[in-house]
Design a binder for this molecule. Structure first.
Ligand SMILES: [Zn+2]
Length: 124
């Protein structure tokens, strides 16, 4: 597993505080180069069969599209480096403090975090 621990860094620019985000491909960049893409690890509902999405009920599909958790604390999120490499990736961010606890590429397993939000060593 290749995830990266990132300590929140805030820098001042033009009188504003700016969060910095670690792109897994480009390194640390200012947050205004990125766009939030919604919660991570959301799976499309399926009913199996040949046309799996067409047989899903309207209620299930509407829930998939519009009902999202509003996490207070550590949330798993999708982000894209829109003004950089254009790659999507996941991160774990505290929605209260904005501290980013870890960053990991799409398709990589979700790091296990301690109750404090730090990535847990697999050997623990
Ligand atoms: Zn990038």
């Amino acid at each position: 597993m290749k995830w990266v621990l990132l300590v929140l860094r805030i820098k001042r620019r033009k009188g504003c505080e700016m969060m910095q985000v670690l792109c897994p491909w480009c390194g640390v960049r200012d947050e205004d180069e990125f766009t939030y893409g919604g919660p991570a690890h959301i799976t499309r509902p399926t009913s199996g069969g040949d046309a799996p999405q067409q047989d899903v009920s309207d209620e299930k599909w509407a829930s998939y599209l519009y009902e999202k958790d509003n996490v207070k604390g550590i949330a798993r999120e999708r982000w894209v480096h829109v003004h950089g490499c254009g790659q999507w990736f996941n991160l774990a961010r505290d929605t209260v403090s904005h501290k980013i606890h870890c960053v990991y590429k799409m398709g990589e397993p979700c790091p296990v975090l301690t109750p404090e939000g730090d990535p847990k060593n697999r050997n623990d």
